[in-house]
Ligand binder design. Structure first.
Ligand code: ZN
Length: 634
């Protein structure tokens, strides 16, 4: 068990939203109810929430009666699991209410107190239920299987039990496990030291932009100003920001080295073949998927270099440099939408998913799922979460731009996944794995882009849509894969007994970026200053996490392509397989879920479909450019 409610955050949009002007925000009291989510569906009042909290507080200690008895009989196993999962479900409801209330206005202290109380209960619950997995692992697997066969009420827990038993070969004796649990706190130190240095202690420089504006160049400001249309400003921003990181190259090198050592430690004590294998084992992903991704990406570098050449052409620069990768390729067309329009367009865009999907999403839009508007003190960004037996909740900061429409489509993908899985699954198998979560969201984004292109009335709009879609592919597919490649490389070095220093990391990183971006071939110039970029990426502290951004996008591009193509001839086979995957929630392992939806991530097929989509996007852009050039006589 050991779960806390998961938020599906939209990473790519966060930086932009944080930078948005808070001056535009309204007071929450000024916002009509139709733009707010409905938390009263969870509890009619705060008093009801308090009562639920007291109830959970009473139930947690009672779990102790099951300790040491899970293996007694099929009936005892069911009683124990049922008690644990029932509290987990109550706690989910309690936590989502408290955190949603607190996110509405992060300044308010009462909701913050409720959130902390819910977090404390989750800690108590995790401690009180920590015996469950070790006790199951200690049982003879054939005994557990016999229990499941003989006791019907254990059926919802079949997958949970199977998942727990997978760990048997990687589990030590009770006293060793106790020591390992104690060491968890130590393993958090490198990431925490890195975070403190980067977010608090590091003295970010102040720069003067060409407008005369003075800017303190922290992470958010760097993310914003690296997109500047003024070349001198971009160069200044890159040089100063990376220059600041470079001063701490040695320190950050030692924190990252220590982080990698914690992964290698786990690999050794739990007898895995590599740290990669150890990390992917958690979600039962074969390491082959990782190797396949990196091999596919390297094989497709010519497609990537074609993108770089197109960017160079559209920016009209003689030499494309790494500093030129974030300027929008096309002048953004100023599309704007009301929440109602964004809803209507999203519903039209997901039409290939069928009437039932559309009808449920429409009901959700009208049924208090979504908190649309930015208000004073509201949490930035966007996410989707949900409560079993109630409905999904999604937080937005909708400002009426195309990115906001796209975010609505994205979060609605998560929410519909939650809705369909919750409707079809018992609580124990409703929560879907992270590896498939971003498939449902990016698939809706994909459908949205194609819908918007179909209804676009002029080339400028088309170019803007295609350009931002293409930039998304670069950042999610190639950039994240290059990070994944770097991550694999540094782990392999430490596994061979090498020491990582900041200087060595910079050399390795620079060589790899140059290879990916075709530095030697003149595709993109990568200056020495770029080598320190590894120190900027917090995800390197998350143990082989980033590759999932790439695999999710690949899977969704492949599935969406199939669904769009069959929709033209009235077919529904692929769509139905995909919807069945959403309904399956967490009842199977991620690879099996995706395979049933028609994508086998251990093969190159899905990747090639994504590349075909990237190539055809570039074909479209080149056709429009040729048309515009001949029209203007250039
Ligand atoms: Zn997402």
């Amino acid at each position: 068990v050991n779960r806390t409610p998961r938020l599906h955050l939209r990473a790519t949009a966060l930086a932009l939203v944080v930078a948005a002007s808070p001056a535009a925000a309204k007071e929450r009291s000024e916002v009509p109810d139709k733009y707010k989510w409905r938390l009263s569906d969870l509890y009619p009042s705060e008093a009801a929430w308090q009562k639920a909290r007291e109830d959970i507080t009473r139930r947690i200690p009672a779990l102790a009666q099951h300790r040491g008895h899970l293996g007694d009989s099929a009936e005892a196993l069911w009683r124990g699991l049922d008690a644990v999962f029932a509290i987990d479900a109550s706690l989910q409801r309690l936590s989502v209410y408290a955190s949603s209330l607190s996110d509405q206005d992060t300044r308010a202290s009462a909701p913050r107190g409720m959130r902390q109380a819910a977090e404390q209960l989750a800690v108590d619950f995790n401690a009180a239920s920590s015996f469950v997995r070790p006790e199951i692992i200690a049982l003879d697997p054939s005994r557990v299987r016999a229990f499941v066969a003989q006791e019907k009420r254990l059926a919802p827990y079949r997958h949970f039990l199977d998942d727990a038993l997978r760990w048997k070969p990687h589990t030590l004796g009770p006293s060793e496990e106790r020591i390992l649990a104690e060491s968890d706190a130590l393993a958090a130190a490198p990431r925490s030291a890195y975070g403190v240095l980067k977010d608090a202690d590091l003295p970010w420089p102040t720069v003067k932009l060409s407008t005369g504006e003075e800017v303190r160049l922290d992470t958010a400001a760097y993310n914003l100003h690296r997109q500047s249309r003024v070349k001198e400003d971009r160069d200044l921003v890159f040089a100063k920001f990376f220059g600041a990181l470079k001063q701490f190259e040695a320190t950050m090198g030692s924190t990252l080295y220590a982080q990698v050592q914690t992964h290698v430690f786990t690999k050794k004590v739990r007898s895995f073949g590599s740290s990669l294998e150890s990390a992917l084992f958690r979600d039962n992903i074969p390491p082959k998927v990782y190797a396949q991704l990196l091999a596919d990406v390297r094989r497709s570098l010519p497609t990537f270099h074609r993108y770089l050449a197109l960017r160079k052409r559209m920016l009209g620069v003689e030499v494309l440099r790494y500093q030129d990768l974030y300027v929008p390729m096309v002048q953004k067309v100023d599309l704007s939408f009301s929440p109602e329009e964004a809803r209507a367009i999203t519903l039209e865009a997901v039409a290939p998913l069928g009437q039932e999907y559309i009808a449920e999403l429409r009901r959700g839009f009208e049924g208090g799922w979504t908190d649309y508007l930015p208000t004073t003190g509201k949490r930035a960004g966007a996410y989707s979460t949900g409560v079993y037996g109630v409905h999904p909740y999604q937080l937005l900061n909708f400002n009426g731009k195309y990115d906001d429409l796209s975010t609505l489509a994205h979060e609605s993908g998560h929410s519909m996944h939650t809705f369909l899985a919750n409707a079809a699954q018992p609580y124990a198998t409703a929560d879907y794995p992270i590896f498939v979560a971003e498939v449902a969201s990016t698939l809706n984004e994909n459908l949205l882009v194609h819908h918007m292109l179909a209804r676009a009335k002029d080339d400028a709009t088309r170019l803007s849509l295609l350009g931002s879609y293409l930039d998304g592919l670069r950042q999610t597919l190639f950039r994240q894969s290059q990070f994944a490649d770097f991550e694999r490389g540094i782990h392999e070095r430490v596994e061979k007994g090498e020491t990582l220093t900041g200087e060595a990391l910079t050399q390795l990183y620079l060589a790899q970026v140059r290879e990916y971006y075709g530095h030697a071939k003149g595709a993109c110039r990568v200056d020495d200053v770029i080598g320190i970029e590894w120190a900027f990426i917090p995800h390197f502290y998350r143990d082989f996490y980033v590759y999932q951004y790439a695999t999710s996008l690949i899977a969704s591009a492949a599935i969406a392509k199939g669904i769009r193509e069959e929709a033209q001839t009235g077919g529904t086979k692929r769509r139905d397989a995909y919807l069945a995957m959403l309904r399956a929630g967490g009842s199977e392992y991620p690879m099996d879920l995706l395979k049933a939806a028609g994508v086998d991530m251990t093969t190159s097929g899905p990747f090639d479909a994504a590349m075909a989509e990237m190539s055809s996007t570039m074909d479209d852009i080149e056709r429009i450019l040729a048309r515009t050039a001949s029209a203007t006589g250039r």
